[in-house]
Design a protein around this ligand. Sequence first.
Ligand code: NOJ
Length: 559
Amino acid sequence: MSDWWKKSVVYQIYPRSFMDSNGDGFGDLQGIIRKLDYLENLGIDVIWLSPVYDSPQQDNGYDIRDYRQMYEKFGTMEDMEELIEKAHDRGIKIVMDLVANHTSDEHQWFAESRKSADNPYSNYYIWKDPKDDGSEPNNWGSSFCGSAWTYDQEREQYYLHFYDKKQPDLNWENETVRREVYDLMKFWMDKGVDGWRMDVIASISKYTDFPDYPEEPGRRYYTGFMHSNGPRLHEFLQEMNREALAEYDCMTVGEAPGSTSENARLFVDPKRRELNMIFTFEHMNIDRIPGHVNRKWALKPFDVRDLKRVMSDWQEKLEGHGWNALYLENHDQPRVISRWGNDTCFRKECAKAYATILHGMKGTPYVYQGEEIGMVNASYELDEYEDVEVKNALLELVEHEKTISREAFKRAVWNKSRDNARTPMQWTDGENAGFTCGTPWFKVNPRYKEINVEEALKDRDSVFHYYQKLIRLRHEEDILTEGSYRLLLPEDDSLFVYQREYKGKKWLVAANLTDVPVPGSRLEGILYPGYKAIIQNEPEIMKNGMLQPFEAFIAEEQL
Ligand code: NOJ
């Protein structure tokens, strides 16, 4: 088995928002096929497809009704097979999303399970009797607000759901459930799928004594550490590896909320035979107030020192013990330049600066659709949002509990909502940004006239071409894959600077992550005299002795 994924750059597609081929306003598989040339031109190696399976779409496909069918708006199984084949023809691999912590409540397993406590599917999910007073079995909360338990009239019991009530959690304690999951994985790998992004995989093993969380003032239900890293997690992952993955040359990346640089090794140390990489949330949580009743909507100002600390910690702790998954955006996160940078006067510089920092690190970089053209957050009216997370939070936090005002919530949604990343991909400056000739399922970001692929391809200086170059560097330069990592200037509140080193070669990766110029003297003794520029986002490095707003570059030491 080769480690091909170490030299790869992964591109994430959120299919409903990528490209609509048939005018129904909804992205589809044929739309992706049409854009394979574009992706080949960008230079990426792997596509990670967010779920395309049959689903009622309560959580945009992260609620699967049938793992072996495509959702009809995405297309047919033939379309999927064609996509795999045509991607492979171009040397692009396909990674699917494995959503196996939960299914849809419309999955046939759940329909059977809820019927009685003694049928073959009864134990496929997690059922519990009400407490004596009829209330929920414990105080666990759903990540989408409210209780993690919903009472089912038919079975007269509560079932557990860490997400929406239409997403019941599977019971991984049941060996038959685990077999079902391994079988479906083999079904897809036999079709040529090259790997898995595993949705909330750190949550599959539950604390089966179902203890209450410690009480916190102002809160009725709690989410937290108990939702991940349960006692049998690593046993299950090792079993999955043995039973499903071992025979295939595939890559795996697990979504691991609650993971830390300390416990990460348990997932990714190759000796343990679990996963190749995990997605941590530690750097994504630097701009929220920990433990706040308003959860992710309680904003904390961005401080570049936090970002450096967390990302460098992962670089250092995994050195020699596992491989990093590098990301700043995905379908659950806002656009990074709007979140932590500048998406107006320095939009392009800022997009390139973040790209430089991310792609200069050790690990496999992930590019989320639109990130490569510098797409930005959208600011819509609250009733225009589609995401179940926003809708539930609006009801619970703003309308019922009144812990946040409507205005403050709206501002937080503009900054943090997942829908920021889910607006249709901007292909052209034409109608609906060229995403569809029908009515798009979700409003196109009004800035599509200025930010779109057509424009980016014409402009030699575009964010797209910068990404293209960074991706080429990943393929050509072993220092990026193999080199050591050392953070420099950890206390600097503007600059993100680190050194990579491999076989006597040294690269300095530097970015000013603010919108004000910073004196180049801060790099004194750090920047190699007579360096060679590998990549830069300004025509001249440190013009007039200053790092310009969002200036970034990689410089090589010259001996
Ligand atoms: C993580 C996925 O990325 C997110 O979109 C989804 O809502 C939850 N897991 C539940 O599947």
